[in-house]
Design a protein around this ligand. Structure first.
Ligand code: PEP
Ligand code: MG
Length: 566
């Protein structure tokens, strides 16, 4: 038995035989030709055929993994028309008087080497895409077919996998991927996640493993070759339980989320970037309750331009196809450091110059984001959410900047939603105490329990020594949640929750009792929450909430909720 550790792309357990994935070796020869224009003609025909193949791959991926997963083939189609790529191929054919296969192979190598050498992880991921599209063109020029059949269920082991190779594999026979290369940002990783297939990267390829039984444990990121019988049986049982839970939950797909007494609840997904939208849809999210826009900034080398931000928000909104998308404006500071913003080190960063405080102190920079959000609102139901609000002044100041941006965009003749909603995260004790007043100036609330628990209990979420105090079950936190929700409901605005506690099955009945209408969580928790919510009537939730509020200690609350759990 041998164990290897890699980086997990998707959770879940797979048990089966390893199959080393052999790429078709393309031996491209350099052949002198006498008629470069005829060769260019041949290349252009191959491009047309590649375009048609990518269209059918797009259609296939669309049904398997949805719009965002299929998008990679659209990107490949765009690469086929890229001027730099085409100029290079034409130039090599004409200047060296060589065959199209050779010109494509040289261009593909040069471009993918260039991408691979870039610092940016996203651009490094594009190296595989250029290689993929070049290989496709070469196959067509050489008259080869485009097929990789897997005949039995296997764990695919490969140095690297191209997105088109991944999507063409027969999903029923694909138990897991383990690859040496590829980042969690690569499109193959994104596809694996959207297809829900356990996958690890950073695992070596060993010829001698081919055909051996192995376990891929996506929870711990390990590959175990030739596991002993006891481990195999244990993992088999874990996998069966996982499957059973998944099947039970899958039955809830496409259904409404309603309490046992008939109240409709919105279940939304939290996302970090545009590529997570696919998983949100695959798990039946009714909208995006929190788009943490800071990831756009964290992934960039410099402050993302208005156009870059607009494209990202627009893509998310279009993919969500009319469903609400709540985008939180930059929540920098605290534990989220963005080097190019050159923020000064602070003794107490969680209570420091962060989130809306930083943004309001840099209004010109903030307006770049607000303009991008407004422009995206012309393409769907975008809502703006302000993080770390502590007072009415902050909300008014942001709304004033939004109005300035609207005026500028109108002058420029750009479209946006005139009635865009501007809501707030309620995640500070100040905002909780002031919830009734804030409800007069905010269009909606979303409770950020991650910060709220910490600041209410004066307990840093990252400090293990005091982690016993960082719990949502403390009476102080419960009172705060009740107050926020009831204040919002009374004022007639939508109240949601996007902190981790929204996905806590023990807490959900209390939140329903107080009137929470929207629960936003990581996509894989959505169907489970739908089930929990369907098991409670409002009257049962009220009874439990009353008992919970009567408790004096977190331990009593937790024990009560556990004894009532369904
Ligand atoms: C929260 O504080 O609950 C929240 C959702 O925001 P973050 O975890 O990004 O601070
Ligand atoms: Mg927060």
């Amino acid at each position: 038995m041998e164990t290897y550790h890699g980086k997990s792309i998707f959770n879940g357990i797979a048990i089966g035989k390893i199959c080393k994935y052999e790429k078709e070796q393309q031996q491209v020869k350099r052949i002198r030709i006498s008629d470069p224009e005829a060769e260019i003609n041949r290349f252009d025909h191959a491009r047309e055929e590649a375009g048609a193949q990518l269209q059918s791959l797009y259609d296939k991926a669309l049904t398997q993994v949805g719009e965002s997963g299929a998008m990679i083939f659209e990107i490949h189609r765009m690469m086929l028309d890229d001027d730099d790529y085409l100029d290079s191929v034409y130039h090599i054919i004409r200047s060296q008087q060589v065959n199209a296969e050779f010109a494509v192979a040289s261009t593909g190598d040069n471009f993918s080497r260039l991408f691979a050498s870039m610092d940016d992880e996203y651009m490094q991921g594009r190296a595989a895409d250029v290689k993929d599209i070049s290989d496709r063109l070469i196959r067509i020029l050489m008259g080869q077919t485009d097929k990789h059949d897997i005949m039995e269920p296997v764990i695919i082991m490969a140095e690297d996998l191209a997105p088109s190779e991944t999507v063409q594999m027969d999903k029923d026979n694909l138990l897991a991927f383990v690859t040496t290369l590829g980042s969690s940002n690569s499109h193959t990783a994104i596809l694996a996640r959207t297809m829900g297939i356990p996958a690890l990267v950073g695992i070596p390829v060993r010829d001698e493993w081919n055909g051996k039984t192995a376990i891929v444990d996506g929870h711990s990121g390990t590959l175990i070759i030739e596991p002993d019988d006891a481990l195999l049986a244990g993992m088999q049982a874990k996998k069966e339980e996982e499957l059973r839970q998944k099947q039970l939950l899958a039955e809830l797909k496409g259904k409404e989320t309603i309490t046992k007494s008939g109240k409709k609840i919105n279940l939304y997904a939290n996302i970090g970037n545009v590529s997570d939208v696919g998983a949100a849809l695959a798990n039946d999210a009714g909208g995006i309750g929190l788009f943490r826009s800071e990831f756009l900034y964290l992934e960039a080398q410099d402050y993302p331009t208005e156009e870059e931000q607009f494209q990202a928000y627009k893509k998310a909104v279009e993919t969500m196809d009319g469903r609400p998308v709540i985008i939180r404006t930059l929540d920098v500071g605290g534990d989220k450091e963005i080097p190019y913003l050159h923020m000064v080190k602070e003794d107490n960063p969680f209570m420091g110059f962060r989130a809306v405080r930083y943004c309001l102190a840099n209004p010109d920079q903030y307006k770049v984001q607000l303009r991008a959000l407004l422009r995206a609102s012309a393409f769907g139901d975008v809502k703006i959410m302000i993080p770390l609000v502590t007072c009415v002044e902050e909300v008014l100041a942001v709304k004033e900047l939004v109005e300035q941006c609207k005026a500028e965009l109108t002058e420029e003749g750009r479209k946006f939603n005139e009635n865009i909603e501007v809501g707030i995260m309620v995640e500070t004790p100040a905002a909780s105490l002031l919830a009734d007043r804030l409800a007069e100036v905010a269009d909606f609330f979303s409770i950020g329990t991650n910060d709220l628990i910490g600041s209410t209990m004066c307990a840093d979420r990252g400090n293990d020594t005091i982690s016993n105090l960082y719990q949502v079950y403390y009476p102080a936190v419960l009172r705060s949640l009740k107050n926020i929700i009831e204040s919002g409901v009374k004022a007639g605005i939508m109240v949601g929750m996007c902190g981790e506690a929204a996905a806590d099955p023990l807490l959900e009945p209390l939140l329903i009792s107080w009137g929470l209408e929207e629960f936003s969580m990581s996509a894989p928790s959505i169907l489970r929450a739908r089930k929990t919510i369907s098991q409670w009537t409002k009257a049962e939730c009220d009874e439990l909430a009353e008992k919970a509020l009567a408790c004096n200690t977190a331990a009593e609350v937790k024990a009560l909720l556990e004894s009532a759990a369904r």
